[in-house]
Design a protein around this ligand. Structure first.
Ligand SMILES: Cc1cc2nc3c(=O)[nH]c(=O)nc-3n(C[C@H](O)[C@H](O)[C@H](O)COP(=O)(O)O)c2cc1C
Length: 357
């Protein structure tokens, strides 16, 4: 049988990466990319007080301006994280800024938070919602995360993050503050325990009534430095961490022509480091934070292992770019297969075991 999803992904890969991305967002946003069948009930999971039909989310950066959330959920993601959105619109870095490293199953990007800005972002979101007795409620069955960042120029993180939260809190099922993209000068310095504590306090003061709050961290932090950051996150009111963003590291194994481009590296070369950071942080946080694993996920077997290492959910980006929507069918099939081999009947069984250990 002809797999139209695979053919469409192949065709998109022949185009300039940003043009391909724009075509994908428009067609998914217009509902042209189709709809999958409901998930196997054993993939259902309950995290952060929310119900997820499966644990595989779309990582931030694909739908930066919240233009295709519903269509993306229909492709089979368990949830979608939109953004990163910045307070004011900004163009991002000059092109070219997105590079496929085909031989390595990787991408390098230095997009630099190209964003329509929070006003347009909220307008794009608004049509997914209807009024309810306690504010607004979205009409889909998949949780929506919103990922927040700061502008390149005139940023005031202690004011900007709380202000952005004020704008999106009635729309988001969870909110991520992104302190780890490598393409905004100074952003990753906000990951220090001291700065993180100040940002979280500023948020807490203004928005004690917010949805669950996650912090997205870089894989390039020294192993010893994660502990104070994790403790600051716990003590200052974060509910969880996303581990990890892209890396500035360039493993020796890279062989693609674009391997020396500046920017954040994602995909297969990030797998090992992302798994290591998850395991390390899981040992530090001991069930006190919800962990979401992101970085080089290419198989359902890897997903099961990450859930067993302490993640409650996972996110993919690069493997979705290379394989298209069919990656989700494969990942879920492999995850179910891995679960059956290990006699795991449901994902809630794993979270019960990892929070008890
Ligand atoms: C082109 C591109 C743009 C991205 N933009 C963002 C972003 O705006 N905000 C963010 O938090 N992460 C961003 N990321 C990082 C991804 O969300 C993800 O954490 C990272 O790519 C690792 O997952 P992967 O190996 O499955 O791609 C971006 C990644 C790529 C490849």
């Amino acid at each position: 049988m002809i797999d139209t999803g695979k053919i469409a992904s192949w065709m998109l890969r022949q185009l300039d990466p940003e043009l391909a991305h724009e075509i994908a967002i428009r067609s998914i946003g217009a509902g042209l990319a189709g709809k999958t069948t409901p998930d196997d009930p054993s993939l259902k999971t309950h995290v952060l007080g929310l119900s997820f039909p499966n644990p595989i989310g779309l990582a931030a950066g694909f739908d930066k301006n919240a233009r295709a959330i519903r269509g993306l959920a229909h492709l089979g993601f368990g949830y979608v994280e939109a953004g990163t959105v910045t307070p004011r619109p900004q163009p991002g870095n000059p092109r070219p800024r997105l590079f496929r490293l085909l031989n390595d199953g990787a991408i390098i990007n230095r997009m630099g938070f190209n964003s329509c800005g929070i006003d347009q972002f909220c307008q794009n979101l608004a049509h997914l919602y209807r009024p309810s007795h306690n504010g607004t409620i979205h009409t889909g069955s998949h949780p929506i995360g919103i990922n927040l960042g700061i502008n390149k120029i005139n940023a005031h993180p202690l004011e900007d993050y709380p202000a952005l939260i004020g704008r999106v809190k009635s729309y988001a099922d969870y909110i991520t503050i992104n302190l780890s993209s490598p393409n905004t000068p100074g952003l990753r310095d906000l990951q220090s325990a001291d700065m993180l504590s100040q940002i979280l306090d500023a948020i807490q003061q203004k928005h004690s009534d917010r949805p669950p709050l996650l912090v997205k961290l870089s894989p390039d932090i020294d192993d010893e430095s994660y502990e104070p950051i994790v403790e600051a996150a716990i003590n200052h009111g974060a509910n969880g961490l996303i581990l990890t963003n892209t890396t500035l590291a360039r493993p020796q194994t890279l062989s693609s022509p674009h391997r020396h481009e500046a920017g954040g590296l994602s995909g297969r070369p990030l797998t090992e480091r992302s798994r290591h950071v998850l395991q390390h942080v899981s040992q530090i946080s001991k069930g006190r934070l919800t962990l979401i694993s992101s970085g080089g996920i290419e198989s359902g077997y890897d997903i099961l292992q990450r859930l067993q290492m302490g993640a409650s959910l996972v996110q993919v980006y690069t493997s979705f770019i290379y394989e298209g929507p069919t990656v989700l069918t494969r990942l879920k099939h492999e995850l179910l297969d891995a679960m059956s081999r290990e006699n795991v009947k449901s994902l809630s069984e794993i979270s019960a075991v990892s929070s008890a250990s």
